[in-house]
Design a binder for this molecule. Sequence first.
Ligand code: NAD
Length: 339
Amino acid sequence: EHTTMKLLVTGGAGFIGSNFVHYMMSRYPDYELINVDALTYAGNPENLRQVEGHPNYTFVKADIADQAALTPLFESGIDAVINFAAESHVDRSILQPGLFVHANIVGTQTLLDLSKTYQAKKYVQVSTDEVYGTLGAEGLFTENTPLAPNSPYSASKAGADLLVRAYYETYGLPAVITRCSNNYGPYQFPEKLIPLMILNALQDKPLPVYGDGLQIRDWLYVEDHCKAIDLVLHQGRVGEVYNVGGSNERTNLHVVKTILQELGKPESLIRHVKDRPGHDRRYAIDADKIKRELGWTPSHSFENGIKSTIEWYLRNEEWLEQVVSGAYRNYYDTQYAKR
Ligand code: NAD
């Protein structure tokens, strides 16, 4: 009942992007999908092993800020762009803000330019609730909350969002922005809270918790996020922003304790460490608009999502070990270097 599409997905070797590639390939087997990823430390071809060689799937190693590398892809005709590619780790942005400006702002602007020149029918920018800054004990981020980013990461994402808005307003580019809360699930790189804690707990290593651990995040299971992007891609109104959140507010400490409990490990593994500078206290999303307009509903509570996630990491210890050891880089060299 749908017409087939040729999609350009960027950052598809990362955590959310690879989940999205799997989700789309199984839901729309007739769609053509090109995945552009620079394969930074966060990009892992292992995440895509199941789709490799599929006739409707192509991988291209390129930086989204490299216009010359992307032009032939756009020349081949792209119906829609879904931009996941980004430097995504707040702690790294504090050390190297310049990398974040390059990937997140210059990269997005390059994709916007190409989408405009080659008249893509839809451009989806995957953004974050972190652009809104931090909340006190009360209230939720709506799509009208002013942008007030506090880290170089969130500032670079906010900058990208403003360019997307400007390309819609100035050139009529059919662009949409999604802003979602913290994702968790399979294929997440173990520098982020949940996989890091699972990994350390499995190895009986201390679990480092920033400050008092009472920072609140609104956890969203990655598959529910993929469903939201699918809806926005096909039905989202251009020029709009859609917030996506799981209504699962939990403190970091609660998350860590849940993981320890699930794995049968003692809370004595918890170590409180010096808080991250500028650490946002609370994020919480009002996702009413996407629910009302597009009929999106998340299907995972935090409790069952975290169970599935832990089970996935237990079943994929080899993946985890490879990621940690960097062995997947060698894998990449032999798989892709000569293409
Ligand atoms: P990730 O770090 O796991 O993956 C990012 C991917 O982008 C990697 O594969 C990396 O190789 C690639 N990449 C980085 N710079 C690139 C460049 N210049 N050109 C091409 N590829 C490049 O990140 P993620 O957690 O999957 O996040 C994906 C997107 O979703 C990001 O835009 C992020 O801002 C956004 N987001 C993430 C979360 C979350 O909780 N993880 C929440 C809200 C929004």
